[in-house]
Each structure stands twice: as structure tokens, then as C-alpha cells.
Design a protein around this ligand. Structure first.
Ligand SMILES: Nc1nc2c(ncn2[C@@H]2O[C@H](COP(=O)(O)OP(=O)(O)OP(=O)(O)O)[C@@H](O)[C@H]2O)c(=O)[nH]1
Ligand SMILES: [Zn+2]
Length: 221
């Protein structure tokens, strides 16, 4: 497989501020990834606040409560904009690498009682099919070698370090817990070693999707 290349860039104004959007592509497979960069990252000595965000159409764009992705995406972009400097790699590995349609199939099995990992395995996939190494190559192409990584996933940290990216700090990203994703978060913590801190109160009053509040909202409709 060829190495990923930086192929396009442009300004992207968002509700979180103005980013530089950088497009990356593998010449052979045409597989695409994108990074949103804010501020001056040219000083390679100053660690960059960085997020590797794996694609989740349902959570990121369709407001699903089954996972924490949408909340993490918003929080990461907010934190980067507060610092005025940082990068978010939008890692196009939908459904932990199994793709959108297979993720829907996995959700159907979860509706019957399987957890995230059991559902993936019942479909013939590993628990996690993602390849994070490409993100180290993207950091490298952006001239970033020292990061404070926004994640709860130890595997992302290990993969970056093994690829020569200096992760000087893990910045936790525990947001978005609600009644529909508690089991998903528990599976991540218990079976995948993620650093999940359960929030007894849930932190979603601010998002209007707290378990009980949401119930009330749904009932009143
Ligand atoms: N196969 C599968 N993928 C899922 C499911 N729910 C969310 N995803 C995908 O999981 C990926 C996000 O992975 P997570 O385990 O939530 O988080 P992470 O990226 O490993 O770790 P953080 O950096 O802490 O967010 C995205 O690609 C989602 O599309 C599911 O039930 N099954
Ligand atoms: Zn998700």
C-alpha cells in the first residue's frame, strides 16, 4: 500500500472558529482522511492539542445517543478553539473500520442483546478493525511531532508513540453519557481498556439529553 499524501487544503469557517482543512489521500486506494487545523502549529517544540476522531455518521452528524462520538467531536473542537491552536484528524474509519452498513447490522444484533464486541465478532470482524498508524503519518505530514492527545483510548496513545509521535499528555474526553450509551461505555472500559469515568449525574443536562430529562422530553411530545 502506498503512503498517504497531503493533496488539498482550504479555509473552513465553522461554528467553533476558522480552521484550515487539509485533505489526505492514498494514491492507490483513493481512501481519504481530513484534518482540521487551528492556529500556528509550526513551532514543533510546543505540544499541539490533538484529537484523532474516528468517523461516526450516526453520532457525528445524525445526533445518535447510542455512542459518545458526537459529544466528543463537539467538545474536542470547542477545546481546540478555546486554545486557539490544535488539530482534529477526522479518521475515516466508520464503525471502528467495519463501515456504515455493517455498523447498522451490528446495531441490529445489539438490539437483540449483544454488546459492541460480541456484535462485531458475530459478523466476522475483530472488535476493532481500525488502523491508527495512518494518523501518525498525517501528524508527520502536518509537521506535528509532539501532542496532547484528547482520548480515552490507550491504543491510540500506544500506536502514536510506537510511530514516533511524542504524546506528552492524555487529555480525557468523558462527555455525552446518557441512558442509551451507558452499556456501550461500560463495554469500552471493561473489555477494551478505555479510561472511562462514569458520571453518576451524567453531564448531559447541558446538552438536554440527560437520561431522565430526555425521557421527560420524549413523553411530553
Ligand atoms: N462496530 C461498531 N462501531 C461503533 C459502534 N458504536 C460506535 N462505533 C464506532 O466507534 C468509533 C469510535 O470508537 P470509540 O470506541 O467510541 O472511541 P475511540 O475513538 O476508540 O476512543 P476515544 O478517543 O476515547 O473516543 C467510530 O468509528 C464509531 O463509528 C458499534 O456499536 N459498533
Ligand atoms: Zn459513535
Amino acid at each position: 500500500m502506498s503512503k498517504i499524501q497531503l493533496v488539498a487544503e482550504a479555509k473552513l469557517p465553522t461554528k467553533f472558529g476558522i480552521f484550515r482543512m487539509v485533505g489526505f489521500e492514498f494514491a492507490d486506494s483513493r481512501k481519504e482522511h481530513v484534518a482540521l487545523v487551528m492556529g500556528d502549529i509550526s513551532n514543533s517544540e510546543e505540544p499541539v492539542l490533538a484529537r484523532i476522531h474516528s468517523e461516526c455518521l450516526t453520532g457525528d452528524a445524525l445526533h445518535s445517543l447510542k455512542c459518545d462520538c458526537g459529544f466528543q467531536l463537539e467538545t474536542a473542537l470547542t477545546q481546540i478553539s478555546h486554545e486557539g491552536r490544535g488539530v482534529l484528524i477526522y479518521h475515516r474509519e466508520e464503525g471502528r473500520g467495519i463501515g456504515l452498513i455493517n455498523k447498522i447490522r451490528a446495531y441490529a444484533l445489539q438490539d437483540q442483546g449483544m454488546d459492541t464486541i460480541e456484535a462485531n465478532e458475530a459478523l466476522g470482524f475483530a472488535a476493532d478493525e481500525r488502523n491508527f498508524a495512518v494518523c501518525a503519518d498525517i501528524f508527520d505530514l502536518l509537521g506535528i511531532h509532539k501532542v496532547r492527545l484528547l482520548t480515552n483510548n490507550p491504543n491510540k496513545i500506544d500506536t502514536m508513540r510506537n510511530a514516533g509521535i511524542n504524546v506528552v499528555e492524555r487529555v480525557p474526553l468523558n462527555v455525552g453519557e446518557n441512558r442509551y450509551n451507558t452499556a456501550y461505555l461500560t463495554t469500552k472500559a471493561e473489555k477494551m481498556g478505555h479510561f472511562i469515568v462514569h458520571d453518576e449525574q451524567h453531564d448531559n443536562h447541558q446538552h438536554g439529553v440527560c437520561c431522565s430529562c430526555q425521557q421527560e422530553q420524549l413523553k411530553s411530545k
